[in-house]
Ligand binder design. Structure first.
Ligand SMILES: *Cc1c(COP(=O)(O)O)cnc(C)c1O
Length: 421
């Protein structure tokens, strides 16, 4: 399938019939009448999650009670899941834990990276990031800067191309989202990491929109730290715990500022002084949300049965189809593509800007085409190859075209803002 010919609905149905990932859709619970294009915000529910929840709540909690910390492996769960997730990140065993939220893991990663950078060269006081980064990443950096109160500053670039110029002898850490949450821009991880490290800074990647969406090779890039979500493309469930990856060379050197008992060398010795544990366990803080953490495994189990290369190539083909169909069939209605067209620059969602973007998205959702809205004016469509097909893309664009043509978005109920967009 090339990126230049637009398919008919019939062609799409044929493409679905020979899709090597077509069987995966049956692993997910998607309601009747819904075309789900928001797996980049909350992944669909694996069918197996219900059984898993029943086992954890009914058997492990209900029957096992406190014994389950040992007998059901609850205590080791963050590390065991980290090892299971590692291949999807190009990481090795003992390098990842699934724990806390992305925001909290970023706090730990950034504080740790700053402590390592300061030990090498305390004059480096700049954290470089991107103005269009996901806001929590920037807020966390601001919080650390004010907490440390050591003259650190945040330097924000406006374009991905401005990065190397912004990183210099004053830079301690560079912190970027591998895939931008709004535009879908994808950084070349290996090249960017090398350029940052050549300039003497440490590299932290936020993989929230990358894990399970695009191929990632943290070891190949030899990055320093990474964090990311499990509730997006990894289908772990609403608010499921996030992950943190720490390059082995840093695991025992930096400060882990949330020095709770789960990161202690001997948690159950109940000593009064903190002594950091060795390895990735140091990046745990306190007692884990076991019910939610357990469900992460269902999403991972489905994802690990698929070939990441198949996922990526289908994602690109579906996104090409989406872009082509919108540009061909909705050309008259002023949608502007803000996602890079080049495959090597694009993650796994497609975004268009429209001045009435909010109302249009609400009208789409009312018709069962669920994407989401991000300021300013951005209609965002997540592409999740495990449970979306070619005909789904065709049908979604058909609904979009109808809404635009008939201006059916132009109603008071579609203007009212919800708390979560
Ligand atoms: C979704 C997302 C987050 C979310 O962080 P939480 O702590 O889970 O709320 C963080 N960073 C990026 C880049 C994201 O896309």
């Amino acid at each position: 399938m090339t990126s230049t010919t637009t398919l008919s609905l019939d062609d799409c149905v044929k493409a679905d019939a020979v899709d090597p990932l077509r069987e995966f859709r049956r692993e997910f619970a998607i309601p009747e009448g819904v075309l789900y294009f928001d797996g980049n915000s909350l992944g669909a529910r694996p069918i197996a999650a219900q059984e898993c929840a029943a086992r954890v709540i009914g058997d492990e909690w209900g029957n096992g009670l406190v014994r389950s910390w040992n007998e059901a492996g609850w205590f080791d769960l963050p590390v065991r899941l980290g090892d299971k997730l590692a291949p999807l990140l190009g990481a090795g065993e003992g390098e990842v834990v699934v724990t806390d939220s992305t925001s909290i893991n970023l706090f730990k990663a950034l504080a740790s990276a700053l402590s390592i950078a300061a030990a090498q060269d305390p004059s480096r006081k700049v954290i470089v990031s991107e103005r269009d980064n996901f806001p929590t990443d920037l807020y966390i950096a601001e919080g650390i800067i004010s907490l440390l109160d050591q003259g650190y500053e945040l330097r924000l670039i406006d374009q991905p191309g401005d990065l190397t110029e912004a990183v210099g002898p004053d830079t301690a850490v560079v912190m970027l989202s591998h895939v931008n949450y709004r535009t879908g821009n994808l950084y070349a991880m290996t090249e960017v990491t090398a350029a940052v490290q050549e300039r003497g800074a440490l590299m932290i990647w936020d993989l929230a929109h990358s894990a399970g969406a695009v191929t990632v090779d943290l070891s190949g890039a030899d990055a320093d730290f990474a964090v990311g979500c499990t509730y997006k493309y990894l289908n772990g469930g609403p608010g499921s715990p996030a992950f943190i990856w720490v390059n082995r060379r840093h695991q025992n050197t930096g400060i882990q500022p949330l020095s709770g008992w789960w990161g202690h060398a001997r948690p159950f010795a109940m000593e009064s002084a903190y002594e950091p544990g060795a390895g990735i366990r140091r990046f745990l803080s306190g007692t884990q949300p076991i019910t939610s953490l357990s469900l992460v495994e269902c999403g991972l189990d489905v994802m690990l049965k698929a070939d990441m290369a198949d996922i990526r190539s289908k994602s690109l083909a579906l996104a090409d189809l989406f872009i082509n169909l919108v540009e061909e069939r909705c050309a008259a209605y002023g949608l502007e593509l803000i996602t890079p067209r080049a495959h090597e620059r694009r993650g796994s969602h497609v975004s268009f800007v429209h001045p009435e973007g909010y109302s249009i998205m609400k009208a789409l959702i009312a018709r069962g085409v669920i994407g989401d809205y991000r300021e300013p004016g951005v209609l965002r469509f997540g592409i999740t190859p495990l449970y979306l097909g070619y005909a789904d893309v065709w049908n979604a664009v058909d609904v979009l075209r109808d809404i635009l043509e008939n201006k059916s978005w132009d109603r008071p109920e579609f203007r009212e803002r919800d708390a979560v967009t």
